[in-house]
Design a protein around this ligand. Sequence first.
Ligand SMILES: *[C@@H]1O[C@H](CO)[C@@H](O)[C@H](O)[C@H]1NC(C)=O
Ligand SMILES: *[C@@H]1O[C@H](CO)[C@@H](O)[C@H](O)[C@H]1NC(C)=O
Ligand SMILES: *[C@@H]1O[C@H](CO)[C@@H](O)[C@H](O)[C@H]1NC(C)=O
Ligand SMILES: *[C@@H]1O[C@H](CO)[C@@H](O)[C@H](O)[C@H]1NC(C)=O
Ligand SMILES: *[C@@H]1O[C@H](CO)[C@@H](O)[C@H](O)[C@H]1NC(C)=O
Ligand SMILES: *[C@@H]1O[C@H](CO)[C@@H](O)[C@H](O)[C@H]1NC(C)=O
Ligand SMILES: *[C@@H]1O[C@H](CO)[C@@H](O)[C@H](O)[C@H]1NC(C)=O
Ligand SMILES: *[C@@H]1O[C@H](CO)[C@@H](O)[C@H](O)[C@H]1NC(C)=O
Ligand SMILES: *[C@@H]1O[C@H](CO)[C@@H](O)[C@H](O)[C@H]1NC(C)=O
Ligand SMILES: *[C@@H]1O[C@H](CO)[C@@H](O)[C@H](O)[C@H]1NC(C)=O
Ligand SMILES: [Ca+2]
Length: 583
Amino acid sequence: MRAVYQLLAVAAPAAALTITDLCTTSYAQSALPAPGFYNGITIDASSVVTTLGTNYSISGNDFFPDAVINYCNVSFAYTHDGRDDTVNVAYWVPDPSKFSNRFLSTGGFGLAINSGASTVSGGVSLGAVSGLTDGGFGGFSAQDDTTFLLANGTVNWENAYMFGYQGIHEMTVLGKEFTKNLFGINNGTKLYSYYHSCSEGGREGWSQLQRFNEFDGASVGAPAFRYAFQQIQHLYSNVVEQTLNYYPPPCELEAILNATITACDPLDGLTDGVVSRTDLCKLQFDIESVLGTPYYCAASSGGGGFPGKAKRQMGAGATPVQNGTVSAKAIEVAKTILDGLHDTQGRRVYFSYQPTATWSDAATQYNSATGEWELSISGLGAEFVTRYLDLQNVSTLSTLDGVTYDTMKGWIYGLWQQYEDSLQTTWPDLTHLQESGAKVIHMHGESDFSIPTASSVRYWESVRQIMFPGLSYNESSAQLQDFYRLYLVPGGSHCSPNANEANGGWPQTSVNQLIDWVENGIAPDTLNSTIFYGPNTGDSKPICLWPLRPLWTGNGTTMECVYDQASIDTWHYDINAFKMPVY
Ligand SMILES: *[C@@H]1O[C@H](CO)[C@@H](O)[C@H](O)[C@H]1NC(C)=O
Ligand SMILES: *[C@@H]1O[C@H](CO)[C@@H](O)[C@H](O)[C@H]1NC(C)=O
Ligand SMILES: *[C@@H]1O[C@H](CO)[C@@H](O)[C@H](O)[C@H]1NC(C)=O
Ligand SMILES: *[C@@H]1O[C@H](CO)[C@@H](O)[C@H](O)[C@H]1NC(C)=O
Ligand SMILES: *[C@@H]1O[C@H](CO)[C@@H](O)[C@H](O)[C@H]1NC(C)=O
Ligand SMILES: *[C@@H]1O[C@H](CO)[C@@H](O)[C@H](O)[C@H]1NC(C)=O
Ligand SMILES: *[C@@H]1O[C@H](CO)[C@@H](O)[C@H](O)[C@H]1NC(C)=O
Ligand SMILES: *[C@@H]1O[C@H](CO)[C@@H](O)[C@H](O)[C@H]1NC(C)=O
Ligand SMILES: *[C@@H]1O[C@H](CO)[C@@H](O)[C@H](O)[C@H]1NC(C)=O
Ligand SMILES: *[C@@H]1O[C@H](CO)[C@@H](O)[C@H](O)[C@H]1NC(C)=O
Ligand SMILES: [Ca+2]
C-alpha cells in the first residue's frame, strides 16, 4: 500500500495529468491493488498492458447516447492462489479531466461474461473507470461454454462459480481499488460504484446485487435469471411444434405478429404502432381472429439477421415464396406457445413471452429437398441440455425425438438443483441492499422475444412478498421502490429498441438516471426513453414505473401511468408444477 501512495504522492500534484501520462505500463503498475488487498488473489504486475484509444466513437448504442471519447485500456491478469489459473481483467480509464469519481462494472450476454467495448465505452463517456473480465475462460472473447466441462461428465466448478457470480465480483473489487489508486482518491472522496448490463449481463448484475454490497447503483436489463427455467424455455416453442406436428412457415407467424400489433396498438389509447399494453392485448385480443388472414413473403436468398431488430421473423438460409392464409394449426401453435409450458397434468411449469414478441424460438427451417418447413432446434436452449445438464461436450441437440412437456419439466428441475447456488440467481431477500442505500433500475422490453417480460415482474414480486410480508400491496410496493424500481418498456425488444414498433422508445439514458438517483437523490418516477426508429427518431418518451401502466387519454394527447388491477394480474402466474417456491 505505502509504495503505491508514495508514487501517487509524486504524481498527484501534477494536477493536469493527461491520459497520455496515465496510459503507461509503469503508471498503471503503480496503481495496482497492493499484494494481499484481495485475499487469495495474486496479480501479475508484469502482465499489465496499456492501450491508448483516442476519438473512439459511441454511436447508435442502445444504452448510451452518442459520444466521442478518449480512454486508456489497462488490462492485467491474476491468479487464484493454489489454483494455477489465469483471469484477465481490463479497465477502460477516462481522460483524467473527464473522470467523475465513478467506477462502472459490466457484464456480458448469451454465454459471454463481457460485452467487449460496447459497455465500457459508455461508462467512460460518463466519467467512469469501466471494467470487464474474461472470467478465467481463456481470453476476453472466450465464452463460458468452451471451458464449462473439464471432460465429459465433469463440471468445471471453478468456471460455474466464476460465471455464476465470482468473476464479476473480483473484477469489481479490484477495479474500485485500482481506480482509487490511479486517481489518488483517498478516504475523503467518495468513489461512486455502478453496474450496467442486459440479458446474461442482467443476470450477472443480479448475481452481484443478491450477494454483495459493492454498488451504489445498478442498471440491469432483461436479466437471464431463474436460469434453469429461462434456458429450457427456449426449447418450448420447438416442443410445441413437434407435439402439435405443425411447423409454421415463418411468414405465417409474421402475419400473426402483424395482426397482433395492429389489433392491440389502440388498446393503450393511442394508435401509434406501439403496443404499450401487452397486458390489455392478452385480455382483449384472441389470435383466433387471425384465422384465414392472407400472408405473402417474397423468396429470399437468406441471411436472416438478428430477430426483432431488423427482420420480423428470423429466416436463415434461402427461403421460397411463402403465400397462403393463416391456418388453424398455426393459431394452435401460437396460442400454445403464449400459454406457456404446462406438464401433462395441466400444471404450470413456466410462462412465455408477451404477445407482440417475434416468434424467434419458433423459427422453422426450409428443407429444399422435401419442400417442407421443419423443426429448427433453438441452439440457446439445447446446449443447456447437452452440456449443462447431461455434461457432454456437445453444443446442441440433434433431435427432440421423444421429448415431451414433462421431459422439459424434468430438465428444468435438474438444472435448477444443479445450479441453484451458482446460476439460478433469484435470491429474493435484498435487505442488505435496502440497508446499504443502493439503488436499482431494472428494465425489460414488453416485446422481448428471448426472455419473457413476466420473468422480471415475477422477481420484483418475489422480492416484494419476501421482504414486506406484513404490508399491503401499495405500501410494500412503495417501500420496494425506495431502492428497487422496475420499468416495462412499451414496444421494447430484447435489450434493444424494436423496429417492429418504431415509435416505442428505449431507455438509452438509464445509467444517467441511475447516477442522478444515487448522486443527486433524484429518483426516476418515470424512466426516459429515446425513439430509435421511424419519423420520430430522437424524440423522448417517459416509461411508467411498475406496477403502474401507461394509458393515453384525451384522444391520445396525454399519457398517464395508471393502476389497473386486472392488467397487473395478467403478469402473475401460479407455477404449481413444483412444490418448491419459484422466485
Ligand atoms: C481527435 O479529434 C479531434 C477533434 O476532431 C482532433 O483535433 C484530433 O486530431 C483527433 N485525434 C486523433 C488522434 O485523431
Ligand atoms: C483491452 O486490452 C487488452 C490487452 O491488449 C485486450 O486484450 C482487450 O481486448 C482490450 N479490451 C477492450 C474492450 O478494448
Ligand atoms: C470439446 O470439444 C471441442 C471441439 O471438439 C474440443 O476442442 C475440446 O477440447 C473438447 N473439450 C473437452 C473438455 O473435452
Ligand atoms: C484512511 O485514513 C485513515 C486515517 O488517516 C488511515 O489510517 C487509513 O489507512 C486510510 N485508509 C485508506 C484506505 O487510505
Ligand atoms: C408485417 O409487417 C411488416 C411491416 O409493415 C411488413 O414489412 C411485412 O411484410 C408484414 N409481413 C406480413 C407477413 O404481412
Ligand atoms: C398468392 O396465391 C394466391 C392463390 O394462389 C394468388 O391468387 C396470389 O396472386 C398469390 N399472391 C402473390 C403475391 O403471389
Ligand atoms: C463426449 O461425449 C460426446 C457425446 O456423447 C461424444 O460425442 C464425444 O466423443 C465425447 N468425448 C470424449 C472425449 O469422450
Ligand atoms: C393502490 O394505489 C393505487 C395508485 O397507485 C390506487 O389507485 C389504488 O386504489 C391503491 N389500492 C389500494 C388498495 O389502496
Ligand atoms: C429525462 O427527461 C426529462 C424530461 O424530458 C429531462 O428533464 C431529464 O433531463 C432527462 N434525464 C436524463 C438523464 O436524460
Ligand atoms: C382524435 O385524433 C384523431 C387523430 O389526431 C383525429 O382525427 C380525431 O378527429 C380526434 N377525435 C376527437 C374526438 O378529437
Ligand atoms: Ca399504441
